[in-house]
Design a protein around this ligand. Structure first.
Ligand code: AMP
Length: 946
């Protein structure tokens, strides 16, 4: 009996694609064997002769259609065919993989479909042909590998599946993640649901309602406050349902607090529609009627303002805090992270399960600003992690006012930088609000599951220009032609709901008018907001309000307590083998604790921390090399020479001591200082210190200093007790390592906004550190910390100086000089004091008094006036500084000195000449300059008074 064609087909799993062709051929052969081409005839002959056999022995065929239309037959052995099958199967798996890896490059994520070519060839490997899979393979059933789908599917269906999941309105990037469980988790969520959210009609209506709110607010403001800047959200309205969903879901995850950071675009919308800012308050701001919160300071524009509220969620109450933000877009990132870390510490939330950071970025800023990378780099480090951040990019595809993506980045997407921390990135078309919700849930769940950063790139557009007075078509004519013709996200979604019979036109109109009525009535427009304030979650800042810089605080510590603390600090665990140099420092500290040697800087500083920790004040010391101290003086972390394991004596003082962390930061200034500012503004109880390796490295964080530290209270009423430790002093180390740029800080000082101090003794740093938290006065503190003074033989203190007294803002002459004989008072600050002292002693000058200004701001005028009275016969005063004349404190402070010394005395300057660079490179030249300025101060002849 002739074998049936079906039997023939079933004998080989490879025939699928060619079935029809071979069937026809076989029928032809049966009718007339000569009518088929020779190779086929041979094959069919053989097949008939041998009959159908066990598959493994079966000769099999493969046919090709030649280019000229003729057929060609290749007969292969079963072994060969298995290899072919394996090859095809492998090709299918490669195709699946290509979709997973590169689908996002082809996905329809841009509502404007601008097809902006960006630095990458089109993803050819998404084409089956690239993998030698042809139309003939489409009906073949293949194994789907790890695809979260039926185990075996036809190639055609596999491709449809991939296109649906990876080529639709979501572009998922996660294949760069090296941890397989994370990848599998994402695949399960994306593929397992075919990247779709099943929403019932109630949820779909609610979604439309939030889109209506987002659009409604902008329309309302647009018509009421014509031409006023508001940095509207229009084009990116999906942000509102996204945030609404995220916060509600965060509550269900057990999150209790969320700190949000965002720049100005869409901020008013988020304030009103998410955080529950009263529309009436906003309108008053537009109308210029709103008063400053405490009637003081400069205030700020409305789209920089922060806000706090509580929201009711299915999982309980959630506190929301939107950070105050300057115009420097991404700088808010580390500030929010620091604020979150403080909140987590307060709640003993070590895994980030209770406090969630959400950062909202702009596309060009996310791609362009270095602080984004720095903040991401912190995300998984011991001292700075917050258990993962949800990043949302409002990607309106224009940077600044007019920059196209092709000019504003070198990467394909604007989010590439997040890959460095293996964050998954989900691009989503802002005009598909359901996809937006799907991705919102996925992203948040990922963060909660893995404690890592995740990015949502909300691809949208800007309906107006950079602001509402702008004319965007002047520079982006093609883009705006499309935008002007495009219905809004709300309109598109409303149409789709009408089409699906979920809602009718009248309902849609009603939603619009209801929202407008809400605004007209000035009622809250956000969902679930609990109107009562203050929040049960907030810190009470009221005890810190209304203090003066001159308030005193008890910063002395009992001798017996100091001794006990020193005992604890020096009681090191068995087996801890110290490096010999560190061992010497610790054995010296033993002598200092016993009063057998004077206290040095490292000892006094450590005792200040120890005393605070045991009084219940947490201490956070973060910065560059700060575990050891740049100049080897601190050694807050002891590294066992046997195994490298660190031991931190300050964490082992007492069971009930407060939290201590000392952490060597990543090599960033901007993000780390921003982080510490954020921490300090969320926690008035802790002592928070940022330390630079050399003081001038703080230059890299100038935005944090200008926009937050010096002006945050004035603009936003936010207190901050952050201390900056900036090693400063002209030691001949060249232009870069000499100056902490004191002049810059002094220039920023006004309205008692911060404190600038230059302590010169161990006792002074002890009292200064303690003063910063023991007093309830929360102001930033900038400290010019020393380098050579850490070990200077004269820069020492007795134990009694720690057990009594307080921080002295001015230190008068310490030598036994007859005040009545003094004809000149030399005023100075910092290390130069010791040069002056030594020079005067060695020259045996007895008519010059040397006075140290230990606090330069707030300037202690009264104290200086009083001090000068002790020298009635001094005819002149000299300001002596190491810095060049145009730097240091001279230009910023000479008016104070003039007033304090009185009209009858002349004021002179002794210091380096004005200079473009802070210091010379040559040590010899430095030493000569230093000698000259000291000599001049003590004995110099001055041509002109200042
Ligand atoms: P938050 O937890 O950031 O939402 O803050 C809650 C409330 O505490 C705010 O509304 C302010 O009244 C107050 N507050 C928070 N931070 C500060 C600060 N740094 N200085 C003064 N008051 C603050």
């Amino acid at each position: 009996m002739k074998p049936s064609f079906k039997a023939l087909l079933e004998s080989s799993h490879l025939y699928g694609g060619n079935a029809t062709f071979i069937e026809e051929l076989y029928d032809q052969y049966l009718e007339n064997p000569k009518s088929v081409a020779e190779p086929w005839r041979d094959f069919f002959d053989r097949m008939q002769g041998e009959g159908l056999r066990d598959r493994s022995h079966q000769p099999v065929i493969e046919s090709f259609r030649r280019r000229d239309g003729g057929a060609q037959v290749v007969v292969r052995t079963a072994g060969e065919m298995d290899a072919r099958a394996a090859e095809k199967q492998a090709a299918v798996l490669r195709l699946i993989n290509a979709w997973r890896v590169r689908g996002h490059q082809k996905a329809k994520i841009d509502p404007l479909d601008l097809k902006q070519e960006l630095h990458e060839p089109p993803p050819r490997d998404l084409d089956p042909l690239f993998h030698h899979l042809t139309e003939q393979d489409m009906e073949t059933v293949f194994n789907t590998g790890s695809l979260v789908a039926p185990e075996r599917m036809k190639l055609r269906d596999i491709i449809d599946f991939c296109v649906e999941v990876y080529g639709g309105t979501i572009g998922a990037e996660y294949m760069h993640i090296t941890r397989t469980p994370e990848k599998r988790w994402i695949q399960a969520r994306l593929e397992g649901s075919r990247a779709k959210l099943e929403l019932d009609s109630g949820r779909r209506k609610a979604l439309l309602e939030r889109l209506t709110a987002a659009e409604g607010l902008e329309r309302y403001l647009h018509s009421k406050y014509v031409g006023q800047k508001r940095f509207s959200l229009e084009g990116g309205e999906s942000l509102i349902p996204m945030l609404d969903e995220m916060l509600q879901r965060a509550g269900s995850h057990g999150i209790k607090e969320t700190a949000l950071g965002m720049a100005h675009r869409g901020r008013l919308n988020v304030l009103v529609n998410i955080l529950g800012k009263s529309p009436r308050d906003l309108f008053e701001e537009f109308e210029g009627k709103k008063k400053k919160e405490n009637g003081k300071g400069s205030g700020d524009v409305k789209y920089h303002m922060g806000f706090s509220s509580d929201m009711e969620t299915a999982g309980g109450r959630l506190h929301l805090a939107l950070g105050f933000n300057p115009s420097h877009l991404e700088i808010i990132n580390p500030v929010i992270e620091g604020s979150v870390r403080a909140r987590q510490q307060r709640r003993s939330d070590h895994t980030g399960k209770q406090v969630l950071p959400i950062l909202i970025h702009g596309d060009a800023a996310f791609a362009g600003q270095g602080v984004v990378m720095e903040t991401l780099q912190m995300s998984n480090t011991r001292g700075y992690t917050t258990g993962g951040t949800v990043h949302i990019v409002i990607n309106n595809q224009v940077g600044f006012t007019t920059s196209n993506p092709v000019d504003s980045r070198s990467t394909f997407h604007c989010t590439e930088v997040a890959k460095m921390v293996q964050a998954p990135i989900f691009h989503v078309n802002g005009d598909d609000p359901e996809a937006v919700l799907f991705i919102t849930q996925l992203a948040l769940d990922y963060r909660m599951e893995f404690g890592k950063d995740v990015v949502i790139d909300l691809v949208c557009y800007r309906r107006h220009g950079h602001n509402e007075a702008d004319e965007p078509s002047a520079t982006q004519p093609m883009m705006y032609k499309i935008i002007r013709q495009r219905p809004t996200t709300r309109q598109l979604y409303a149409e789709s709901l009408i089409e699906d019979g979920v809602i009718d036109k009248a309902d849609v109109e009603k939603m619009v008018t209801d929202y407008r009525d809400t605004l007209d009535a000035g009622k809250l427009a956000a969902r679930g907001i609990v109107p009562s304030q203050p929040s049960e979650f907030s810190v009470d800042w009221t005890p810190y309000l209304g203090h003066e810089w001159s308030d005193e605080g008890d910063t002395s510590v009992d001798a017996s307590r100091l001794r006990q603390l020193a005992d604890k600090l020096l009681d090191l665990p068995e087996g801890l083998e110290l490096h010999p140099r560190v061992a010497r420092i610790y054995s010296d500290r033993r002598k200092m604790a016993a009063g057998a040697a004077p206290a040095d800087w490292g000892f006094a500083e450590t005792m200040a921390y120890a005393s605070l920790l045991t009084e219940g004040y947490p201490v956070r010391l973060s910065g560059q090399d700060c575990g050891r101290g740049t100049f080897f003086h601190r050694h807050a972390v002891l590294h066992n020479q046997k195994d490298g394991v660190g031991y931190i004596p300050l964490q082992n003082l007492a069971e009930d001591q407060a939290h201590f962390i000392v952490i060597d930061s990543l090599l960033s200034e901007e993000a780390v200082m921003g982080f510490e500012y954020g921490f300090a503004t969320a926690d008035p109880h802790s002592l928070v210190i940022w330390e630079g390796q050399f003081g001038d490295f703080a230059n890299g964080a100038q935005v944090v200093i200008d926009q937050f530290i010096s002006s945050g209270e004035s603009k936003w009423g936010r207190l901050c007790g952050l201390a900056l430790f900036l090693p400063h002093g002209f030691e001949g180390q060249g232009p870069e390592h000499s100056s902490a740029r004191l002049e810059r800080y002094l220039q920023l000082c006004a309205e008692y906004n911060m404190q600038v101090c230059v302590p010169t003794t161990p006792a002074q740093i002890f009292h200064l550190i303690r003063r910063q938290v023991v007093r309830k006065y929360r102001k930033p503190l900038v400290v010019m910390t020393p380098k050579s003074l850490l070990r200077h033989k004269l820069a020492i203190s007795s134990l009694e100086e720690l057990t009594s007294g307080q921080y002295q803002v001015i230190i008068d002459e310490i030598d036994d000089i007859d005040a009545a004989k003094v004809r000149r008072v030399v005023l100075c600050a910092g290390k130069v004091y010791y040069d002056l002292l030594e020079a005067r002693r060695s020259s045996e000058i007895d008519d010059v008094a040397i006075v140290r200004m230990e606090q330069l701001y707030p300037f202690p005028r009264e104290a200086l006036v009083k001090l000068m009275k002790r020298y009635p016969n001094a005819k002149e005063a000299v300001w002596c500084q190491e810095e060049p004349r145009n730097q240091g404190s001279w230009y910023q402070q000479r008016h104070h000195y003039k007033i304090c010394i009185g009209n009858k005395r002349k004021l002179y300057y002794a210091g380096r000449n004005a200079s473009a660079s802070p210091a010379v490179g040559s040590f010899a030249e430095h030493a000569a300059q230093q000698q000259r300025l000291v000599e001049k101060a003590l004995a110099g002849k001055f041509d002109t008074a200042e």
